[in-house]
Ligand binder design. Structure first.
Ligand code: NAI
Ligand code: MG
Length: 367
């Protein structure tokens, strides 16, 4: 099979970690697993320098045409003063908006080799593998009215509005159930139906989608606060967790801290499925930013970016075996004791970005 990719390395450590993914693309091609036809463009501060905007229209055209966009990171102190509309983040926000990326997937994986250095009890997190599916384009972050009014008596009133329509809940539920089928076949849906109308509708719609389209998947409902508690208390009970924008923001950050470093966390954002082909618009990116403090030094951990590419293999290209292979190679590298500085124990020897990339390639060769 052949796939069209758009690579957007961005700023800071973005290009450094993306370089390791380019070597992986070549590896998978050499092995005859797939061919990747890719374009590479500027985004963020580097695009602003060259073209005066955080992403150009022609780059957006390429993003629309791609089977998947791989995004590094954007931003840095150099662009703190640039006009709001062209600030580096505007590039990412335009991609999310124009591609209609309504589903944010954040896996929380704890490799056995890293469980030791986790701040949590080892048996709690060792081998953890959960997926948080967060609704990204609706809910209280966008609902109207959204105002602060002066009440005139020294008081002000702030209003945010949580709005969800049936179709928004249906499509995010489908993403969660589809993912569960490729994993351990269980979805936990979270809301606050005890105090919120949107929670009631969420629960009702997810249940209906389940009964109608996914009766083979196990579905449970948890109140969002209880879910937060369970995530910390017994995280391995979960497979896929689906939640609205606000609860997802919090639950995914909590889950992230079960796993260790920012340098280890991949993510994906998916759009609507094309009715003819079933394919979804998709953007894959590490959770971390451009890390200006270590940029240009060759020290960044490439595993979050590599893991994001792994998610593209799995969820956009349906190359499950290749994705499994890459995950296994990563696990083997970590088991061998190799560490970048961000995941090293105090006093442990560390390697840089390129050596970590080399090790993943060697581990792939050895599998
Ligand atoms: P950051 O994620 O860039 O860095 C936070 C800390 O984690 C730093 O100490 C950094 O060195 C470390 N770190 C991050 N990724 C790492 C990796 N792969 N390997 C080793 N260490 C790593 O977040 P920060 O410092 O808040 O933001 C820096 C810049 O990045 C800002 O301009 C911010 O706006 C931008 N940013 C961009 C994001 C994106 O492009 N999606 C997301 C978050 C921040
Ligand atoms: Mg957050």
């Amino acid at each position: 099979p052949s796939f069209k990719l758009l690579l957007l390395p961005g700023d800071g450590i973005g290009p450094e970690v993306m370089a390791e993914v380019k070597r992986l693309l070549a590896w998978f091609e050499t092995r005859g697993i797939a061919t990747f036809d890719y374009d590479e463009r500027l985004v963020g501060g580097s695009s602003y320098e060259a073209d005066g905007v955080a992403i150009t229209d022609s780059t957006m055209d390429l993003a629309h045409a791609a089977d998947a966009v791989l995004f590094g990171a954007v931003g840095g102190p150099k662009w703190d003063g640039v006009p709001y509309e062209v600030r580096p983040e505007a590039g990412l926000l335009r991609l999310r908006k124009d591609l209609g990326l309504f589903a944010n997937l954040r896996p929380a994986i704890c490799y056995p080799a890293l469980a030791e250095s986790s701040s949590l009890k080892r048996d709690l997190v060792e081998g953890l593998d959960i997926m948080i599916v967060r609704e990204l384009t609706g809910g209280v972050y966008f609902g109207e009215p959204k105002t602060i009014t002066d009440l005139g008596n020294g008081q002000k009133r702030a209003i945010d509005t949580q709005v969800y329509d049936t179709y928004e809940i249906e499509r995010i539920a489908r993403v969660a159930f589809d993912l569960a089928r490729k994993r351990r076949n269980k979805v936990t849906s979270t809301e606050k139906r005890n105090v919120m109308k949107s929670g009631l509708l969420w629960n009702e719609v997810v249940t209906a989608v389940h009964t109608r389209e996914y009766p083979d998947v196990e579905l449970e409902h948890q109140l969002a606060d209880a879910c937060g508690m369970q995530l910390v208390r017994r995280p391995k009970q979960f497979d896929v967790i689906v939640c609205d924008n606000l609860f997802g923001d919090m639950l995914s950050d909590i889950a992230a801290m079960l796993t260790g470093s920012l340098g280890m966390l991949p993510s994906a954002s998916l759009g609507e499925a094309n009715p003819a082909t079933g394919k979804r618009k998709a953007l894959y990116e590490p959770v971390h930013g451009s890390a200006p403090d270590i940029a240009g030094k060759g020290l960044a951990n490439p595993l979050a970016m590599i893991g994001s590419f792994g998610m593209a293999l799995r969820y956009s290209f349906n190359l499950t075996d290749a994705a499994d292979l890459l995950d296994q190679a990563t696990a083997n590298v970590l088991a061998s004791g190799l560490r970048t500085a961000d995941i090293a124990a105090p006093g442990q020897a560390t390697v840089g970005t390129k050596a970590m990339g080399d090790a993943v390639l060697s581990a792939l060769d050895a599998l």
